[in-house]
Design a protein around this ligand. Sequence first.
Ligand code: ATP
Length: 115
Amino acid sequence: MRYWLTKFSHAFRGFGLAARQESSLQVHFAAAAAVAALAVWLQVSMVEAALLTISMTIVISAELMNAAIERLAKAVTREQNPYVRDALDVASGAVMAAVMGAVLVGAAVVFVRLA
Ligand SMILES: Nc1ncnc2c1ncn2[C@@H]1O[C@H](COP(=O)(O)OP(=O)(O)OP(=O)(O)O)[C@@H](O)[C@H]1O
């Protein structure tokens, strides 16, 4: 039991740290809140709400992984390094892919509701 409590405390520490320090994560939180408000206003179905929730969770998870990779990169070297550059850019690409998917899902839900 103590093992799991320790693991959760580490996870919550990481989440809180990223939430405080990563401005892009704060933008995603604001966007998620706006999407949630829009979903309530549009009275989306349970399935649509689940799709929106999964999409937003993927974006926030990708942003957390990106923040983790940025910190690891800084720990590895402060010098210019082509592998570090590729790793950081691929991590940013993962966030961009997640955001594009979430925008598509959001647009589809809005289209279906307003059509
Ligand atoms: N050590 C490095 N070697 C080579 N390229 C790097 C290195 N560090 C950063 N870069 C390049 O600069 C880009 C921005 O890096 P990073 O995200 O760390 O910058 P930042 O401005 O501090 O970002 P943030 O504001 O999100 O903290 C990376 O995507 C990568 O292309």
